[in-house]
Design a binder for this molecule. Structure first.
Ligand code: GTP
Ligand code: MG
Length: 295
């Protein structure tokens, strides 16, 4: 059997999580059109009869403005160490910039094998030149052009990843899909709905913590969660007129959690304000998994 660890890095919003979901053949990771959607290092485990690939999704590399951002970038940096392969994803429409230079530095010092993935070719024009430019900067083991939304080039990349892996053991039981607990997956689904329905600074100021999960005798799974924001005005936005917004977030999240569990769910959501939690609140930072990421 061939097996190994494959880290996906890139600046925010290039399509890292989308790419992993495509490899996995199902939605494991949340994806939105907003940058900095992924906040943690998340392992997704793909298993077939001859391969086990542990894909490590990472937060986008950016210049952090808060302690949260610092943790996010650090989680990505750590995930580039001692893996079998790194997929360095760049956005064909954005090209090469400061985040790519920073990632290149990390790549060089990690000495890991790496593929360059130029994604979003469906909406870009001159990506060949970008490939030539990148090739001069670093000797990648492979360069791939992909469109995740059009499913172009993704399977070729997947085959090349399989080829590049060493012979190895099965690291996880074959039915494992992610290393994160269900409660984390629930909180991510809720956060995704918040991100989809809000804009401006609100998405960045939101943290979701699951307080309780109980399966009741009637088979309904009761899930209580708190959505933290930084300001009263953001709480007002999330609750919405006559509670309409929080209801909409709750309904969308509940439907997705029900599909994930194959069970009826009662989702009980509350919104709380914690001033500047992204900089100060270690309890929240720990709860959303930041401590785990730095171990
Ligand atoms: N047009 C186009 N859009 C894409 C493609 N791949 C991903 N996207 C979109 O790009 C946006 C960001 O995708 P994500 O998968 O969340 O990107 P990410 O790199 O994980 O982003 P962060 O978690 O914020 O670092 C979403 O709106 C995707 O639908 C692609 O090949 N073409
Ligand atoms: Mg992501």
């Amino acid at each position: 059997m061939k097996s190994g660890f494959v880290t996906i890095v890139g600046r925010p919003n290039v399509g890292k999580s989308s790419l992993i979901n495509t490899f996995m053949g199902r939605k494991v990771l949340i994806v939105t059109e907003k940058p900095q959607t992924t906040r943690n290092r998340i392992r997704c485990i793909y298993t077939d009869s001859d391969h086990q690939i542990i894909f490590i999704d990472t937060p986008g590399i950016h210049k952090p403005l808060h302690r949260l951002g610092h943790f996010m970038v650090e989680a990505a940096v750590q995930a580039m160490k001692s893996v079998d392969l790194i997929l360095f994803v760049i956005d064909a429409t954005k090209g090469w910039g400061e985040p790519e230079e920073q990632i290149l530095e990390l790549l060089r010092s990690s000495k890991n094998k790496s593929f360059l993935v130029i994604n979003k070719i469906d909406i870009a024009e001159d990506y060949q030149r970008l490939a030539e430019f990148a090739q001069q900067k670093h000797s990648f083991e492979g360069i791939f052009f992909t469109s995740v939304v059009k499913n172009e080039g993704v399977m070729e990349l997947f085959e090349a990843i399989k080829q590049a892996l060493p012979e190895g053991p099965m690291y996880f039981p074959p039915d494992t899909v992610t290393d994160r607990p269900l409660s984390f997956q629930f909180s991510e689904i809720i956060r995704e709905k918040v991100l989809l329905l809000t804009r401006d600074e609100v998405p960045h100021c939101v943290a979701v913590i699951i307080d309780e999960v109980v399966e009741r005798e009637n088979g309904v799974v009761y899930i209580a969660g708190t959505i933290y924001v930084e300001r009263d005005s953001q709480k007002g936005i999330l609750i919405g007129k006559d509670g309409k917004m929080i209801k909409q977030i709750g309904t969308l999240a509940r439907l997705e959690i029900e599909a994930l569990l194959g069970k009826k769910v009662y989702l009980d959501l509350h919104v709380k304000v914690k001033k500047n939690w992204r900089d100060k609140d270690f309890i929240i930072l720990n709860e959303i998994g930041m401590k785990d990421d730095l171990q």
